[in-house]
Design a protein around this ligand. Structure first.
Ligand code: AMP
Ligand code: FE
Ligand code: FE
Ligand code: ZN
Length: 286
């Protein structure tokens, strides 16, 4: 069977542009056998996505993506097959969202100090009730004419080190993994490119550390991987016995060059990856 899946996507519950039901519709239309919804820090999109999956007869994997404390780069950990109702996981995510909101208040206050017109209401309206991120602030700056592109908004104001940049509290990797496990999920390291490792040995060492802390899987397919990088990451997954995963990291119009299921065109995530994840989950529960 040559069925294709996509195990990393975003909806309007965070910084994607398709509503959860629209995303599932698009996944079905693209001929995907399964799709995981993995919004940043929030599970609010999962119920409508699962309902749409049932209606359209496409397999929907409930997920989440959380950013952990890490230097020199960024560490994003996916929780796949989480329980959308988990009190433990949602309680922790509420704290994460509090940290995000506190950071956003600081950004808006600094922008006002800099003479840039923006209100928190505008930012929250742009986010549509979901998790509010810097991409929403960038969109408001664009709409208000303060910048002429979303990238300019990051370069001038929002990027690390820029004029209105503030960090937010993040949990350690081990706490992040533990909370994903508490929510019934498998912890999978997303796009390990972003860790900022200097070479393959450093990358392997960082991932080995996470494996020792309970990491279950590794994205070995992501649009950011060159063919060489993909081969390196596949070798690390085999060596460390980490479950293979992958996805497009689809955000809709926020990242228009990345398409659902196929990424920048060459992405292929086989159904066998999902099969292995499900087998591991079944072993864990048994
Ligand atoms: P947040 O989670 O609110 O901190 O926002 C993070 C998101 O902002 C990332 O997922 C990117 O989509 C976007 N982003 C972060 N840094 C940059 C940058 N330097 N240029 C463009 N987009 C960025
Ligand atoms: Fe995002
Ligand atoms: Fe990410
Ligand atoms: Zn993502």
């Amino acid at each position: 069977m040559n069925a294709r899946v996509d195990l990393h996507t975003h909806t309007t519950a965070s910084d994607g542009s398709l509503a959860p039901a629209e995303l599932i519709q698009a996944a079905a239309a693209a001929g995907l056998a399964a799709v995981a919804v993995t919004d940043h820090d929030i599970t609010a999109g999962l119920a409508p996505a699962l309902a749409a999956g049932t209606a359209l007869d496409i397999e929907v994997v409930p997920g989440v993506e959380v950013s952990a404390e890490y230097k020199p780069g960024q560490m994003h950990i996916l929780g796949l097959f989480i329980d959308p109702q988990s009190v433990a996981l949602n309680g922790w995510l509420a704290e994460v969202l509090d940290g995000r909101n506190g950071r956003n208040v600081k950004i808006v206050a600094r922008l006002l100090e800099l003479g840039v017109e923006i209100t928190l209401d505008e930012v929250e309206a742009e986010a549509g009730g979901g998790a509010v991120g810097r991409p929403h602030i960038a969109q408001v700056l664009l709409d208000n004419g303060a910048v002429s592109s979303r990238q300019e908004a990051f370069d001038r104001y929002l990027a690390r080190g820029a004029a209105a940049y503030f960090d937010r509290p993040r949990a350690t990797p081990v706490r992040t993994i533990e909370n994903i496990h508490a929510g019934g999920g498998l912890a999978v390291l997303a796009h390990c490119n972003s860790l900022g490792a200097n070479d393959a040995a450093e990358l392997e060492q960082a991932i080995r550390g996470l494996k020792d802390q309970g990491l279950d899987g590794l994205e070995i397919r992501h649009p950011s991987f060159s063919p060489e990088r993909q081969a390196t990451v596949e070798a690390i997954a085999r060596k460390l016995d980490l479950l293979p995963s992958g996805g497009s990291d689809f955000h809709g119009k926020a990242k228009p060059q990345v398409k659902l299921g196929v990424g920048r065109g060459k992405l292929h995530v086989p159904y066998a990856f999902l099969e292995k994840l499900k087998e591991a989950l079944a072993r864990r529960v048994a």
